[in-house]
Structures are given as structure tokens and as C-alpha cells.
Design a protein around this ligand. Structure first.
Ligand code: PMP
Length: 401
């Protein structure tokens, strides 16, 4: 009887929450890829050009990366066997972290399970009561959640607005640590943080800068070393870099790169590191191959940028608004959410997989399709997508002609 009552309560909760999400237009039902993560994949039984992934360099299914993953799997086993601080740190974990630190030109690096848990781990470990955090209004959800774990005073500055940042720093003096937090590349608009100027402002007030480079790593800077490198700040000891290993690097994981003391603090305090098992060997192998590949062969990044320039230019020639994007993340603005969702559906009918995003993920009136160009797309893939865009844009009255 009691069990039945509990089951009913649970069912009521589940269905009321699902109804609420559906009524608010927030219910998500992910598309299923019926073939590997590639520039062309398969959805609902048909081949599609994939403009929806973060697989910037095409490493998610690259033979060199997969071979190394298989080699590490066979040599080191399927799992790490324990959390890193107990018995789960394998030699390959440490070797990869040294490889990543050398690549990033930082004193050290630590790898965590994901970009999401990295923000939670670093912000949760570093910040204390009495500290001040200044966070860009468009920073990623994992930064927002990471900040919830700290007792620091949090202030949000207008997107990339250095005057607003300066105002907040002036209005909130503190003797504690001051941390200015920004995404390196913003995930919805594809614009780049003005890091050089931002670090200068931070320094005027004795603040440290924290960059989440999820979308800049593997994309910007020499050999894809990231946004911090792009601005020549890789040796700056007052800049902390975090990022993900799941986008350009094609696998999974997050990292924090900086001073050796940062690494040691995280090993001792970051809760995802302390209480959740580290990566399986295959992941470590794939990642080490990905970083090697980008250094051996510059054509991945060259193709990524050639494709990006071509796709953006042609979309603009067609009359689309790409909202000032500066990177392979290419939004196409459709106005209100229903128009963006309809455009996504019409594109899929024409064999193009590109996802529509509306409020609250992006501001009202700026609903869009977010396209991500990759190194793997051929000119033919992009031209197929552009013809579909032209048809759909005209049909929905977003472009003329
Ligand atoms: N930070 C930013 C800026 C991101 O875009 C993402 C990915 N959505 C993350 C962190 C989280 O990375 P991961 O997928 O590795 O958890």
C-alpha cells in the first residue's frame, strides 16, 4: 500500500514536470545519429550533412585517434579502477597531462571528467568567502553552476563590456581574490572574448582572469593552442585556462592549465576529481593522439578556417544575418523560436542537420540555427547546405529573392 502510494507520488511528479516543460516549449527530444559522428552522418534513415556537432577537427572518428584508443585499451584495460586520488591514477594519465601542459605552454595541467565538472571543480576549490567574481553575462552554464558552489560575491558584467567590468570592479573593492571569468569563444554567438584588453582591466584592479576555452581550444592560436595563446597570454601567471577535451579534441574530458600549485590544489580539493573515477585508458589514448595529430599536420586547422570563411561569406551573400560570429560557430538568425525550429525541420527535410535554438538558451527575438563548420566538411557538403539554406530562407521570408 505504502509502496503504491510512493509510486503514485513519483509518477505525479514526473508527469507534472514533463507537462510543465512541454507547456513552456522547453521539452527536448534528442535526434539520434544512426552512423558515427562525421561531417556526413545518418538521421531518420537518410544521409545528412552534419552542421550540429562540436567535432571541429573531425577527430571524433579519426583512424589515428581510434587506433591509439584501441592500443591503450588493450595495453591498459577498460577502466581506471578507482578515483584518481586513491588508486586510479595510471602512468598514462600523468603522461597525457604533461603532454597537454607542454602543448598549452603552461607549467602544468590537470584533466577532469568533463568541461562541466572542471568548472565546478576549479571554481569550487579556488574561491572563498570574501572573494569577488565578475562573470560575463553569456558565460556557459557550467560556470554559473560552478559559481553556485562558492561563497564569493558574484557580479555579472554585460557581454564583453569592459566599461561595465571596470565599473563593477570599482564598486566592489575587496581584499579577497578577484576573478574575472569569461568564455574564450562564446558558444551561441561564436564571438571571441576581448582577452587582451580584459586582462589589462583585470590587472588594473589586481584581478586574475579565468578563461573557459571550450570552443577556442583546437580552433584558435598557433596549432590550436587556444584563445589564451591567440592573445599571446600563455605565459601570464595571472591567467587560468580551463576547457574541454570533447569538442575539437573529439573525445571527452576537461582540463585546467596553469601553475603547478593550481594542479596540486585541484588534486586536493576539486570534488569531481576526488570523488569520481578518472578517464578510462581508451579516452586517454585517443586524446594523446588528437593533440599529437594537430601538431603533426597543420591542414586540419587550415581546412577548418577555409571552410569557416567560405560558409560565412556565402551565407552573408545570400542575405543571412550571422550575428558577427568570428569563429566556426555560425549562428543564422531567424527571429522568434518557432521560425528557427521550423527552419531546422525544413533543413532536415533537405538533408541538413542543424539545430534551432530559442529563448531561454538565446535572447528573445534572436532565435537561430547554430551551425558548426568542421575541417571534415567538403566544399560539396557546404554547397549542399547553402542551397538548402537559400530555399528555406526564402520560404520563411528571412532572405529576399
Ligand atoms: N564550457 C563551455 C563554454 C562549453 O561550451 C561547454 C560544452 N557545452 C562546456 C564548458 C562543457 O564541456 P563538456 O561537454 O566537456 O562537459
Amino acid at each position: 500500500m505504502t509502496t503504491a502510494l510512493q509510486a503514485t507520488r513519483l509518477q505525479d511528479r514526473l508527469s507534472s514536470e514533463l507537462t510543465r516543460l512541454k507547456d513552456a516549449g522547453l521539452f527536448i527530444s534528442p535526434r539520434v545519429l544512426e552512423a558515427p559522428q562525421r561531417a556526413r552522418t545518418r538521421i531518420l534513415g537518410r544521409e545528412v550533412v552534419n552542421l550540429a556537432s562540436n567535432n571541429y577537427l573531425g577527430f571524433a572518428d579519426h583512424p589515428f585517434v581510434k587506433e591509439r584508443a584501441a592500443a591503450y585499451l588493450h595495453a591498459w584495460g577498460a577502466g581506471a579502477g578507482a578515483v584518481r586520488t586513491i588508486a586510479g591514477t595510471l602512468q598514462i594519465h600523468e603522461d597525457f597531462e604533461a603532454q597537454l601542459a607542454a602543448f598549452k605552454h603552461t607549467g602544468s595541467a590537470l584533466v577532469l571528467q568533463s568541461g562541466f565538472t572542471t568548472n565546478q571543480g576549479v571554481l569550487g576549490s579556488l574561491l572563498q568567502d570574501g572573494d569577488l567574481v565578475l562573470s560575463d553575462e553569456l558565460n556557459h552554464a557550467s560556470i554559473i553552476d560552478g559559481l553556485r558552489l562558492s561563497k564569493a560575491t558574484k557580479k555579472v558584467f554585460k557581454h564583453k563590456d569592459l566599461n561595465d567590468l571596470r565599473r563593477l570592479l570599482q564598486e566592489h573593492p575587496t581584499s579577497g581574490l578577484k576573478l574575472v571569468i569569461t568564455d574564450g569563444v562564446f558558444s551561441m554567438d561564436g564571438d571571441i572574448a576581448p582577452l587582451g584588453e580584459m586582462v589589462k582591466v583585470a590587472r588594473e584592479f589586481g584581478a586574475v582572469t579565468y578563461v573557459d576555452d571550450a570552443h577556442g581550444s583546437g580552433v584558435l592560436g598557433e596549432q590550436g593552442r587556444g584563445t589564451v595563446h591567440h592573445f599571446g597570454l600563455q605565459h601570464a601567471e595571472d591567467v587560468i585556462q580551463v576547457g574541454t577535451l570533447s569538442k575539437a579534441w573529439g573525445v571527452v574530458g576537461g582540463y585546467a592549465a596553469g601553475h603547478q600549485d593550481l594542479r596540486e590544489l585541484l588534486i586536493n580539493k576539486a570534488r569531481p576529481f576526488l570523488f569520481s573515477t578518472g578517464h578510462p585508458p581508451a579516452v586517454v589514448g585517443a586524446l594523446s593522439a588528437a593533440i599529437e595529430l594537430v601538431q603533426q599536420d597543420s591542414s586540419f586547422i587550415e581546412r577548418l578556417w577555409d571552410n569557416t570563411r567560405y560558409f560565412k561569406r556565402e551565407l552573408q551573400t545570400l542575405g543571412f544575418d550571422i550575428f558577427g560570429s568570428e569563429t566556426p560557430i555560425t549562428p543564422v538568425i531567424f527571429g522568434e523560436a518557432p521560425a528557427a525550429f521550423e527552419a531546422s525541420r525544413l533543413l532536415l527535410e533537405r538533408g541538413i542537420f542543424a539545430v534551432g535554438l530559442g529563448f531561454p538558451t538565446v535572447p528573445k527575438g534572436l532565435a537561430r540555427i547554430r551551425n558548426i563548420v568542421t575541417a571534415e566538411h567538403t566544399r560539396d557538403d557546404l554547397d549542399t547546405a547553402l542551397s538548402a539554406y537559400a530555399e528555406v530562407g526564402r520560404q520563411l521570408g528571412v532572405i529576399g529573392g
